[in-house]
Design a binder for this molecule. Structure first.
Ligand SMILES: [Zn+2]
Length: 285
């Protein structure tokens, strides 16, 4: 049984592994290697015990039903113990992979030393150092960016509005419920970008009328619908600053009066209720 051989080899390989293997991986490997399951096939009573434990934890069979426990334990021997062996294989593969890269690094170093070309080695080390610096910088900047997005406050898209339709309201002329928040205000009222972002599209879109889609830094799409017109200098891919006028309130598409319909779509997915989304970003409509 190939799996069995692989499993019983795993602990030996592990014992020969160098001491400087990364801590986490080492811990996992050792835990796996020391477990009885990985020292060859466990005895039937151990398996039965494990099976009974697993079964009682899963609640599939009560402990009182000996027949079912026994037959389930048989299944366990074939399926779950095979799974455990697969796991051992996984460990063996991981450890041999590690060793492979360590070995190649070692032989690489050896070759360099043999040719006494320390220049090449120094260059490689310098390159690795630069790489790690760049990586550290990139991580720091990603964290900074995440902080910025977290504290990113939105503004409301229009002044002098009143809310009409809210998210989830039934619509007589829609087949589904209302997917945004409606800010009613006079036609021609400027619509401001609620946050920094990029213009992803602006086009006439059926019931939405003239619709502009903005993608914020965190990937959230903001839809501005029913506009009478777009800002004259708007372009796809344009980076827009918070507060910038991107269009004007209208009543295009399925609309009973001038308003801007705001939709909030995290990750460009399904719409969420804009009202709490505004609140999360520090402003209550
Ligand atoms: Zn609406």
């Amino acid at each position: 049984m190939g799996n069995h051989r692989a499993a019983s080899r795993a602990p030996k390989r592990d014992a020969a592994a160098p001491a400087n293997v990364a801590g986490k991986r080492k811990a996992v490997k050792h835990a796996a290697a020391r477990g009885p399951l990985f020292r060859g096939l466990p005895s039937a009573p151990v398996l039965l015990g494990v099976a009974a434990l697993a079964i009682s934890a899963g609640g599939a069979v009560t402990m009182g039903n000996a027949d079912k426990v026994a037959s389930a334990a048989d299944d366990f021997q074939f399926s779950s113990s095979a799974g455990a062996l697969n796991g051992a294989n996984g460990v063996a593969q991981v450890s041999s992979k590690n060793r492979g890269s360590e070995a190649s690094r070692d032989s690489g170093r050896g070759a360099q030393a043999a040719s006494s070309d320390t220049k090449l080695q120094k260059a490689a080390e310098a390159q690795a150092e630069v790489r790690s610096q760049v990586l550290t910088k990139a991580m720091a900047s990603a964290e900074k960016q995440a902080d910025k997005i977290e504290e990113n406050l939105w503004i409301l898209p229009v002044d002098g509005y009143h809310l009409t339709n809210t998210f989830g309201m039934a619509r007589s002329y829609y087949s589904s419920v209302h997917t945004g928040l409606d800010f009613a205000c006079p036609s021609g009222t400027p619509i401001h970008a609620i946050a920094d972002g990029v213009i992803t599209s602006f086009e006439y879109d059926g019931s939405y009328g003239n619709k502009t889609v903005m993608t914020l830094d965190d990937g959230t799409e903001i839809w501005y619908a029913h506009q009478t017109s777009y800002a004259s200098d708007l372009s796809i891919g344009e980076e827009v600053r918070q507060g910038q006028v991107i269009g004007y309130v209208g009543s295009t598409g399925n609309s009973t009066g001038p308003h801007v319909h705001i939709e909030v779509r995290p990750g460009a997915g399904d719409p969420v209720d804009p009202y709490p989304a505004f609140q999360v970003h520090g402003v209550t409509p």
